[in-house]
Design a protein around this ligand. Structure first.
Ligand SMILES: C[S@@+](CC[C@H](N)C(=O)[O-])C[C@H]1O[C@@H](n2cnc3c(N)ncnc32)[C@H](O)[C@@H]1O
Length: 285
């Protein structure tokens, strides 16, 4: 959609962009697979010192070591990392002796992962909701709150896929945000002018950011509306459903998993009642 009509800025069209979208209504653009954004995203993944597209690399190393020991995974255990990005976890799991498959639909990230890989990791370029993932895994991982971003139907599809690709007694390891997360319960707005381009586009643009909160559903939305110099707009949305421990435990149970361990994160920090996140070790039953 454009916001210029008959040579003027159309405030009506601009207002439409600012309307609160229906729950899990996706934007008109995909963040992870965009040619320009994925370049910026890869730079963010590879910065070892920031929690952005990936966590700080020190945390990734700790997390992989903790998961391997918590699940008692042995040399040669078969694992799959769903949404593996440029393979930071895959490389560490492989270094720890596991037989690793990584799946991601960002061509740029998967290409980077394949080019860098010094071990026998299998990287699959594709959507983990539809691509053939193989089977008989000892464990499947979905790390960095990627479970939260799925609509209810995509989430259910993912859970049944994970159930079918892991062995009996296999593990599903994931992390989610809770309603105690610092971004929950309020809304914020920001804008910025980027005449020389930036994260969202190589050309100049105006960025209108709004974080929406849907209290009844405990869902938050990060929405970026990007308006270029011709008045064309692009809308990017990242949804997060926030789960209490009780809700996520029940949901996993309904899909054939029992929660065997819960922590504040995936490196074993004890879970407290007011934790803003939960790291879960679930087992197929
Ligand atoms: C927040 S990043 C986390 C990457 C990685 N787990 C990490 O922590 O370093 C989310 C990743 O999931 C990928 N992704 C999101 N939805 C996906 C889908 N449906 N199928 C495959 N990959 C997906 C994105 O391309 C991105 O690389």
């Amino acid at each position: 959609m454009g916001v210029i009509q008959d040579g003027k800025i159309s405030l009506e069209r601009l207002q439409i962009q600012a309307e609160r979208p229906a729950l899990f209504q996706y934007g008109d653009q995909e963040i992870w697979t965009d040619e320009h954004i994925s370049k910026r995203m890869l730079e963010a993944h590879l910065d070892p010192d920031i929690n952005a597209a990936s966590r700080k690399h020190e945390m990734i190393v700790k997390s992989c070591g903790w998961i391997v020991s918590e699940l008692d995974l042995k040399e040669g255990s078969k694992v799959v990392d769903l949404g593996c990005g440029p393979g930071l976890y895959c490389e560490e799991f492989a270094r720890l002796g596991l037989d690793v498959t990584g799946v991601d639909f960002s061509k740029r990230s998967i290409k980077y992962a394949m080019d860098q890989s010094s071990s026998s990791i299998e990287y699959i370029h594709g959507d983990y909701l539809t691509v053939d993932l193989g089977d008989k895994y000892d464990a499947a991982f979905l790390i960095y709150y990627d479970f939260d971003v799925l609509s209810d139907s995509d989430r259910n599809e993912l859970l049944s896929r994970v159930y079918s690709i892991i062995k009996d007694d296999g593990y599903f390891v994931l992390d989610v945000l809770t309603p105690n997360h610092k971004d929950s319960g309020h809304e914020t707005m920001e804008w910025s002018i980027n005449p020389n381009g930036g994260f969202w586009s190589p050309k100049g643009y105006l960025e209108l950011f709004k974080m929406y909160y849907y209290p009844e559903d405990q869902v938050k939305l990060d929405q970026n509306v990007i308006i270029d110099e011709d008045g064309k707009t692009r809308t990017y949305r990242i949804w997060h459903r926030l789960y209490t421990l009780k809700q996520i435990t029940k949901l996993l149970k309904n899909h054939g998993f029992v929660v065997e361990g819960f922590y504040e994160d995936l490196k074993g920090t004890p879970y407290e009642r007011d934790s803003g996140s939960i790291g879960l070790i679930a087992r197929k039953i």
